[in-house]
Design a protein around this ligand. Structure first.
Ligand code: GLN
Length: 488
């Protein structure tokens, strides 16, 4: 049962070949077995899962099942869940139990999903290996004995979905946090168009970049999850009117004489990537050509400056968003001699080092001496990148590029903060531009680890992005069934 995709499970649930309760139990058993070793959940919610599943079975029996009825999922622990601890993987929110439900998690409730628990992540989603989590890092189920990273910041979700501890999950992508972890765990991770999924009730990191999205084992599954998550929300001022309609299967956009112009970004061609990645990239492009894709070159002149701009804009917004954690209304409070001392003690003890580093950088770039030279310049670069993507899509339908330079690294790799930041080179530009981008499983390295390729589209081309991602996954020789990745 663990190896079923969401699409397959829905068919079996509808035909009553399996029940939602059986499906939930199978996943809870597996969490029992592997949960600790993988450290992919911060909080497991077995009682909630069983009651969700019972309600779902009742709807199937009554013949009024919802779109994702009975599908067991993991919710990134950045989405507020009413009555269920929501930590953002921070000591600051270690015991925070929200009294409200985020829009995204509410939409999953309304779609009939079964909540297995809250998945691990980098503290406040700041990081690339999920190592900044107050609860310790999740582990990649691929070659588990090697203790590789499942990526970050949505590394708990990718660890859980790749290992069969959830059928699908939610992530948030501010600079790559859905796509990078999905790429190195053999999954499909979709960062939708900015605004398509509501940020309301999702713990804020960098509001102009934060993008909730799905993590799944196939493009069809990702599309099904996205259809549940997307939609206008009056509670999020950047929410857009567009929804995402999906009828259960992504249709081919290549083959049978169909034509599609795929753009390769000129400026990325000189960026150093692993030999494995280069081989897989070339092979998949050749595959796409063989079914009718026309390959063209496009230019995003400032794309290599995206990293610098991102690491100014994201910390700037973070420093402002995280000012609210002062020990007064909710979260950790460490009493000091007076008000200021209480602020200081609370913040000094509640935040981890990386979060503090971001707030220091953010406060510095927003200071009156630095605002024009750093923040405004970064905002200009951002505008140029967004414009360049728009122009590029005049010359092509979709862009394909690597999701990362290489495969999963060991969790104990000792990288400097700048070396971690550099790993985001292939992902941050799409957040700055607000365009949809999906990492699709693309192939295995010589050593048998998964690599992903990104499909990028113009704003609101989310459907086409997923359609091409499906083609890429079909050409890859990745068997990402959990019992193959991780064992029975
Ligand atoms: N790795 C990036 C960072 O540390 C991206 C994080 C994210 O997308 N949440 O900021």
């Amino acid at each position: 049962m663990i190896d079923l995709t969401i699409t397959e499970a829905l068919k079996k649930l509808k035909s009553r070949e399996i029940s939602a309760t059986e499906l939930a139990r199978a996943h809870l058993d597996r969490i029992e077995k592997y949960g600790e070793q993988l450290n992919c959940y911060i909080t497991v919610t077995p009682e909630r899962a069983i009651s969700d599943a019972a309600a779902s079975d009742a709807r199937y029996a009554a013949g009024d099942a919802l779109a994702l009825d009975g599908i067991p999922i993991g919710m990134k622990d950045l989405f507020a869940t009413r009555g269920i601890r929501t930590t953002a993987a921070s000591k600051m929110l270690e015991n925070f139990i929200p009294e409200y439900e985020s829009t995204v998690s509410q939409k999953f409730i309304d779609s009939g999903t079964v909540l297995l628990g809250k998945t691990n992540l980098d503290e406040f989603a700041m990081g690339t290996f999920s190592k900044t989590s107050f609860f310790g890092a999740p582990v990649n189920p691929w070659q588990i004995e090697r203790r590789l990273t499942a990526g970050g910041s949505s590394g708990g979700a990718t660890s859980a979905v790749a290992s069969g501890l959830a059928m699908g999950g939610t992530g948030t992508d501010t600079g790559g946090s859905i796509r990078f972890p999905s790429a190195i765990t053999g999954l499909v991770g979709m960062k939708p168009t900015y605004g398509l999924c509501s940020r309301w009730g999702c713990v804020a990191f960098a509001s102009s970049l934060d993008t909730p999205g799905p993590i799944a084992r196939t493009a069809d599954d990702a599309a099904a999850l996205l259809a549940a998550m997307a939609g206008f929300d009056p509670k999020d001022s950047t929410s857009v009117k567009n929804g995402f309609d999906f009828n259960g299967e992504l249709q081919p956009i290549l083959g049978d004489g169909k034509s599609l112009r795929i753009g390769l970004i000129k400026e990325l061609q000189d960026v150093k990537i692993s030999d494995d990645m280069q081989k897989i990239f070339n092979a998949r492009i050749a595959d796409l050509k063989s079914i009718g894709a026309e390959i063209v070159e496009v230019s995003i002149p400032n794309i290599l400056d995206a990293l610098a701009a991102y690491y100014i804009i994201a910390p700037a917004e973070a420093s402002s968003n995280l000012a609210r954690y002062d020990g007064m209304k909710y979260g950790l409070r460490v009493d000091g001699a007076d008000l200021i001392d209480t602020y200081k003690k609370t913040r000094a003890s509640g935040f981890g080092d990386e979060v503090k580093r971001r707030m220091i950088i953010g406060t510095a770039v927003l200071s009156s001496e630095s605002y024009d030279v750093y923040f405004m310049q970064a905002a200009r670069v951002r505008r140029m990148i967004a414009d360049a993507f728009r122009t590029a899509f005049d010359g092509c339908d979709l862009i394909v590029c690597p999701s990362s330079a290489g495969a999963a690294m060991p969790l104990d790799a000792d990288l400097t903060p700048l070396e971690y930041y550099a790993l985001d080179l292939f992902t941050v530009a799409m957040n700055l531009a607000g365009v949809p981008a999906c990492s699709a499983p693309a192939g295995l390295t010589e050593n048998g680890l998964p690599l992903g390729l990104q499909v990028v589209g113009p704003r609101f081309a989310d459907m086409r992005v997923l359609q091409l991602a499906k083609h890429i996954q079909q050409f890859s020789n990745i068997d990402n069934r959990p019992t193959k990745v991780m064992g029975k």
